[in-house]
Design a protein around this ligand. Structure first.
Ligand SMILES: [Zn+2]
Ligand SMILES: [Zn+2]
Length: 363
C-alpha cells in the first residue's frame, strides 16, 4: 500500500510503498476511499505543536471499506463501510461509561497501537501513526476507530464527518447545547468553523454571527446559515457582536481557529451567563487572559470541546442521516480534490487559505 510519510518535522512528506502488518487482536484493516486534509496535520507537519511525531503517517479524517478484521472484533466484518474516528476509546473507563468518551482514560500511547507497536514499515523502519494515519490507501485501526455507516452514503463525503464536521457541529450541539433562538458567534470559518455554523443552523441559533478576516469565507459562512458576518480586519469583533446582541455579547461563542487573539476576543464577546467554547488549538505555550471577575460576577463559562464531545457510534450515523436528508451540507465544503502524491500541495493550499477543504481521493 501507499502512504505519505513525514520523515522529518518541517520537511515535505514523501509518498512511499508501505508494508502493512496484519490486524492484531481488536484491530481492523480498512481500505480508504478518501482523506480530508486538516489543520491538525499541518501543525504536526510544520512542528508548531510540540507533540508532533516523526517518522509518521499523518491524516485524521477518512472513510473507507473494511478489508479484514483481527481476532475478537465483533462489531465489523469485511465489506462494511466505515468512517474513521481519530479518537480511540476503551468503552470501559469511568468517562466512557458516563457518556464522555472523548475524555477516555485508557487510550493507546499516541503514535502507537494499544500494544505499543506500530503496523506500518518502510524499508524495515517502523512508522508511527499520527492518529489514525489516513494519508494512506490502507490502514490498521483499533475497532473503536472504525465506525460502521449506511452503505448508501458516498465515502468521499463521509470522510469529512471523521473530523471537521463532527468537531464543528458537535461543539455546538453536544458541548454547548445551544437552545433555539440563542445568540451564537463563531470565530473562524475554516473547515471546523463552517461546521460550527452548520451546528448553529441546526439548533436554530439567532443571531448566528460568523467572524473571520476573509470576505470570501464570510460569504460562504452566510450561505451555510450565518445570519450576520463580521470582518475582524475592518471592525472590532467584540463591539460588533455586542451591537448585534443588545449590548450583552453572544450567549454562546465558539473559537474554531488556533489564534490567541481570536480566543481573547471570543471570551470578551461572551455575554454574562454565557459560554465560550474553545476548539482551535494554538501553537504550544500561548496563553489567554481571563479576569476572574468575569467568572464569579458574570457567571461566564470557559470550556473546551474535544472532537465535538462526540459519541461517534451515535453521532456519525446521525450526521450521515442529516446529510442524506438534505439537512447538512457536505458537497460544497470540499473545494479541491487531490491524488495522494499531491499531499504537500494540499497542505500548502490549506495554509494559504485557498481551500475550504481539500480532499485526498484514493479510489
Ligand atoms: Zn482534524
Ligand atoms: Zn475509556
Amino acid at each position: 500500500m501507499r502512504a505519505a510519510v513525514l520523515w522529518r518535522i518541517g520537511e515535505p512528506m514523501v509518498v512511499e510503498d508501505v508494508e502493512l502488518e496484519d490486524p492484531k487482536e481488536g484491530e481492523v484493516h480498512v481500505r480508504l476511499a478518501a482523506s480530508g486534509v486538516c489543520h491538525s496535520c499541518v501543525h504536526a507537519a510544520d512542528g508548531s505543536w510540540d507533540w508532533a511525531i516523526a517518522p509518521a503517517v499523518l491524516g485524521d479524517e477518512g472513510a473507507g471499506v473494511v478489508e479484514r478484521v483481527g481476532p475478537g472484533v465483533s462489531s465489523l466484518k469485511p465489506g462494511d463501510h466505515v468512517i474513521i474516528s481519530w479518537s480511540p476509546v476503551c468503552w470501559r473507563c469511568r468517562y466512557c461509561v458516563t457518556g464522555r468518551p472523548q475524555l477516555c482514560e485508557r487510550r493507546p500511547p499516541f503514535g502507537y497501537m494499544a500494544d505499543g507497536t506500530t503496523r506500518m514499515r518502510v524499508r524495515g523502519e517502523s512508522i508511527l501513526h499520527f492518529g489514525p494515519a489516513t494519508y494512506a490507501t490502507e490502514m490498521i485501526v483499533p475497532e473503536s476507530c472504525a465506525v460502521k455507516i449506511r452503505d448508501d452514503m458516498p465515502l468521499d463525503k463521509a470522510a469529512l464527518i471523521g473530523c471537521a464536521v463532527t468537531t464543528g457541529v458537535g461543539a455546538v450541539i453536544n458541548t454547548a447545547r445551544v437552545p433555539s433562538g440563542a445568540s451564537l458567534a463563531i470565530f473562524g470559518t475554516g473547515g471546523i468553523g463552517l461546521n460550527a455554523i452548520q451546528g448553529g443552523r441546526l439548533c436554530g441559533a439567532y443571531p448566528l454571527i460568523a467572524v473571520d478576516v476573509a470576505d470570501n469565507k464570510l460569504e460562504f459562512a452566510q450561505s451555510l446559515g450565518a445570519t450576520h458576518a463580521v470582518n475582524g480586519s475592518r471592525e472590532d469583533p467584540v463591539q460588533a457582536i455586542r451591537a448585534l446582541t443588545a449590548g450583552r455579547g453572544a450567549e454562546y461563542t465558539v473559537v474554531a481557529v488556533g489564534n490567541i487573539q481570536a480566543m481573547q476576543q471570543a471570551w470578551d464577546a461572551t455575554a454574562p451567563g454565557g459560554t465560550c467554547v474553545v476548539i482551535g488549538a494554538p501553537p504550544s505555550e500561548q496563553r489567554i487572559q481571563v479576569d476572574p471577575m468575569h467568572l464569579y460576577r458574570d457567571e461566564k463559562r470557559l470550556t473546551g470541546s474535544r472532537y465535538g464531545s462526540a459519541r461517534v457510534h451515535d453521532d456519525f450515523a446521525r450526521l450521515v442521516d442529516l446529510y442524506l436528508a438534505g439537512k447538512l451540507e457536505l458537497d460544497r465544503l470540499v473545494t479541491k480534490r487531490y491524488p495522494l502524491e499531491e499531499v504537500n500541495e494540499a497542505h500548502r493550499a490549506l495554509v494559504a487559505g485557498e481551500n475550504m477543504r481539500g480532499m485526498l481521493i484514493f479510489q
